[in-house]
Write a protein that binds this ligand. Structure first.
Ligand SMILES: [Zn+2]
Length: 322
């Protein structure tokens, strides 16, 4: 390993065990299944997360489908679409990273490895948000990740495309002055193409956050019916997002609806739920307001003309360099 890279690893803003895991990954000596299989230690070389291919160091840390979602949801927004050499990737990435960026990178990397081991040895599965929160605690100066559920200032201000194979579902609800609620959802692929859009009236509600939760339940049921199995939901309702990530034990109408939503999760192979700025959720916001006009409507592979300009702008903004 070049001495400059070595120094980058040890100077990064992350606790020592992060650096050590990165160093072992770089030398290709992490005990992944393919290596253990070659040594005759385990019978099955396949990845314990996806069971689809041999678990190499690169696959375990970067290219497994679930791991790719973690990197993309991280503040670094990294995409790993291909297999490659861990060593070469480290060289190219860390060459331009400062101690802060390198620290985030190493903390996420270590958390990915830790979560893989917990899944394998303790049957414990963490959500992407839990994993990223844990990553933030591994950084002595905690610059980017450590502000509530996700630091709002690091959230992108425009819509971003999901990874290939995952559908992004933006949802939103709207409440009138007479407390009537409507909801909208739009499902798009990694090219920004609309796969489905829908509106519905939800009737009278007690609070805006309840309308958002009812909208989410409706959208999850609809996604299930339409056969979407790998979804990434985005809401701009911080209250719903925060409630979702809290531990249970509460009795309220909101808790019941959120419980219903959670009970639908086994319908999905990939599920991720994130909070975004309102500016990233414009299409769903417009649909929620259109619900009072259209009532219960579904568009397949198209969207109502009222939101076409928003979805086109979203695609353009998602292609601009960040
Ligand atoms: Zn895998």
């Amino acid at each position: 390993m070049p001495p400059a890279l070595w120094m980058k690893l040890w100077k990064a803003d992350a606790v020592p065990q992060c650096c050590e895991t990165a160093w072992r990954a770089c030398l290709d000596i992490l005990p992944v299944r393919s290596i253990l299989h070659r040594r005759g230690v385990v019978g099955n070389p396949c990845c314990p997360r996806c069971s689809e291919v041999e678990e190499t160091v690169h696959h375990a840390l970067f290219s497994c489908p679930l791991v790719r979602m973690i990197w993309f949801a991280s503040p670094l927004n990294l995409r790993f679409d291909e297999e490659g050499s861990v060593h070469d990737f480290f060289l190219s990435f860390l060459a331009t990273a400062d101690t802060n960026i390198a620290g985030i990178f190493l903390a996420v990397l270590y958390s990915v490895w830790q979560a893989r081991n917990e899944l394998l040895f303790k049957w414990k599965d963490s959500s992407i948000d839990q994993l990223l929160q844990r990553a933030s605690s591994l950084r002595p100066s905690r610059v980017l990740l450590d502000d509530g559920p996700r630091a709002v200032q690091v959230l992108p201000s425009s819509w971003s495309r999901p990874l290939s194979g995952v559908c992004k579902m933006n949802i939103d609800a709207s409440v009138t002055s007479s407390k009537e609620a409507g909801a909208g959802m739009v499902m798009r692929n990694n090219h920004g193409e609309v796969l489905a859009a829908a509106t519905t009236e939800l009737g009278p509600v007690l609070s805006p956050v309840l309308a958002e939760a009812l909208g989410m339940r409706w959208a999850l049921r609809l996604a299930t019916k339409l056969g979407f199995r790998r979804i990434w939901i985005e809401t701009d309702c911080l209250e719903l997002y925060t409630f979702w990530n809290r531990q249970g034990g509460e009795f309220s109408h909101l808790a019941t609806v959120v419980f219903d939503c959670r009970s639908l999760l086994p319908n999905f192979d990939v599920f991720n739920f994130t909070f975004v700025r309102r500016t990233s959720n414009g299409a769903a916001d417009a649909l929620a307001r259109l619900a009072f006009h259209y009532g219960c409507m579904i568009w397949i592979e198209e969207a109502p003309s009222e939101i076409t300009s928003i979805t086109q702008d979203d695609v353009l903004a998602s292609m601009a360099p960040s």
